[in-house]
Design a protein around this ligand. Structure first.
Ligand SMILES: *Cc1c(COP(=O)(O)O)cnc(C)c1O
Length: 479
């Protein structure tokens, strides 16, 4: 890297540190205004009391201590209490209204039979269109024909790559990030093989510097500059599932496209968790799942984005009868009369039972407002970060020994909800002890625990309760 790159990187480092300090100061100011310290339960309670989104939590069903298979009932005082759920990055909680919506679909089917295709709240033949406008807003599409609700995420990765990965002799590689989500890597490698390339030859993997956990933007740009001419597609995740790092989608997209690459994004951990402007950022294509921050239920129907610039470019695409325009779909013609834009990528008739669940989750996003959710996320994740930094009760005696290492960026602009943390003890042992006490979070090998205090339903008190339990567990591990 040349000198100017290094000095820009250094300047960025200072800005990032400043952003972190500013967040801590904001929390301190709240604490001062309440006259309490950030380490007190009172602080959490006061923050919840002034949270403009505090009532949104009532829209969700929380698992209770007595129902969770991991809880050791002898270790929790009140079995009817809600668990400490910090796992919204993996599976969002159930919106209460999902029951009624699901029942509605079943009722219509029962009462109407095949007429359920065009009647009722979730008319089967058109149900996927019911969530389109919410998705447009959520991912920052410019037009409703840029998004489509269909299939599952891994399936959509394949459908998109079949169209957008068109290797030539000189440009046939796919660039992904190191430690990428297994399904993404499998999908990309199997696409390479489908075209006769090997993983060794066809995959360009972005690596962190030795001893670092995060990918530096300047290193990503340098790799694109170095390999770009042989790369057909850059396919990265918007927020990294393991580290919680949010990538600079706009800058990276621009840089890939400047080298002639197509740039696609897996937004599984970004949708509903970060601000997205896919159209303005000129992203070529993207896909996401709906059951993490969007709270649609395990394996529920997913989504995809295809920029308008690609709607007329005649790229090959896998088709099914649902690729047709609505008006001619039931004419049963021999060739496809393609629907406009992203809708042409559909193959099957959409499942109303799944769309109903997806809609239940998305409505809450509409009601809460993404701006307010992100404002809460900033404080809630910042609060968790602060408490993790002040975890060691004997800090005075043990000197500067680090108790917990947060590997997620300290700069709140470079992360979403999730913090990934590492411990000086076995993370599996700590996790087991936490689960027994009703904390729901997860461990990803080799060594991180992922904590996601989710703005749509978690409270500051949840975070405080977690802090208290974790302190207890750490003391036990230490003994
Ligand atoms: C959650 C997740 C998946 C899961 O894929 P499914 O097809 O929904 O099972 C894939 N990729 C990433 C990056 C994820 O975070």
């Amino acid at each position: 890297m040349d000198k100017s790159h290094e000095s820009i990187a250094a300047a960025n480092g200072i800005t990032q540190q400043r952003q972190h300090v500013e967040l801590t100061n904001t929390l301190q100011k709240w604490g001062d205004s309440f006259g309490v310290t950030l380490e007190s339960l009172e602080f959490a309670k006061r923050m919840d009391a002034v949270d403009p989104l505090r009532d949104i939590r009532d829209n969700f069903t929380f698992p209770t201590m007595k129902d969770l298979p991991c809880v050791d009932q002898s270790l929790v005082e009140n079995l009817d209490e809600e668990c400490i759920y910090l796992c919204g990055n993996s599976l969002g909680l159930k919106p209460k209204r999902a029951d009624a919506y699901q029942q509605d679909v079943l009722n219509c089917w029962g009462k109407l039979g095949v007429f359920t295709h065009f009647t009722g709240r979730f008319p089967a033949a058109q149900c996927d269109l019911l969530v389109k406008e919410s998705l447009v807003k959520l991912v920052g599409a410019g037009h409703s024909d840029e998004v489509v609700c269909m299939n599952g995420l891994s399936v959509n990765i394949h459908l998109l790559l079949i169209s957008f990965y068109r290797p030539t002799a000189n440009r046939y590689k796919i660039m992904i990030e190191g430690h990428s989500f297994p399904s993404d890597r499998y999908a990309v490698v199997s696409q390479l093989k489908l075209h006769g390339y090997t993983e060794e030859d066809g995959l360009v993997i972005l690596q962190t510097r030795t001893g670092e956990h995060l990918l530096r933007t300047e290193d990503i740009l340098a790799a694109i500059q170095e390999h770009g001419q042989s790369v057909a597609v850059v396919f990265l995740s918007g927020v990294h599932y393991y580290t919680g790092q949010k990538f600079d989608i706009e800058t990276i997209t621009k840089s890939g496209q400047a080298q002639g690459c197509l740039v696609g994004w897996d937004l599984a951990h970004a949708a509903g968790n970060t601000e997205l402007k896919l159209h303005d950022w000129s992203v070529d294509f993207a896909c996401w799942c709906s059951y993490k921050y969007l709270n649609s239920g395990a394996g529920c129907i997913a989504g995809a984005f295809i920029h308008r610039k690609h709607h007329q470019d005649d790229r090959p695409r896998l088709c099914g009868w649902w690729s047709n325009r609505e008006e001619t779909r039931f004419d049963m013609q021999h060739s496809v009369d393609a629907a406009p834009g992203a809708d042409a990528y559909r193959l099957c008739n959409p499942p109303p039972a799944l769309v109903a669940l997806h809609k239940a989750g998305l409505e809450i996003f509409e009601e809460a407002g993404m701006d307010r959710l992100l404002a809460k996320q900033y404080l809630l994740t910042g609060y968790l970060e602060y408490l993790m930094d002040h975890l060691d009760p004997d800090a005075g005696e043990t000197g500067d020994e680090k108790f917990v290492e947060i590997i997620t960026p300290r700069d709140p602009r470079q992360r979403g909800t999730q913090l990934s943390v590492m411990f000086p003890f076995s993370v599996k042992e700590i996790h087991e002890k936490l689960e027994k006490r009703g904390v729901v979070c997860d461990v990803r090998l080799p060594s991180v625990m992922r904590l996601a205090p989710t703005a749509s339903y978690n409270t500051f008190t949840d975070v405080y309760r977690f802090f208290t339990v974790l302190k207890q567990v750490m003391m036990e591990c230490r003994m």
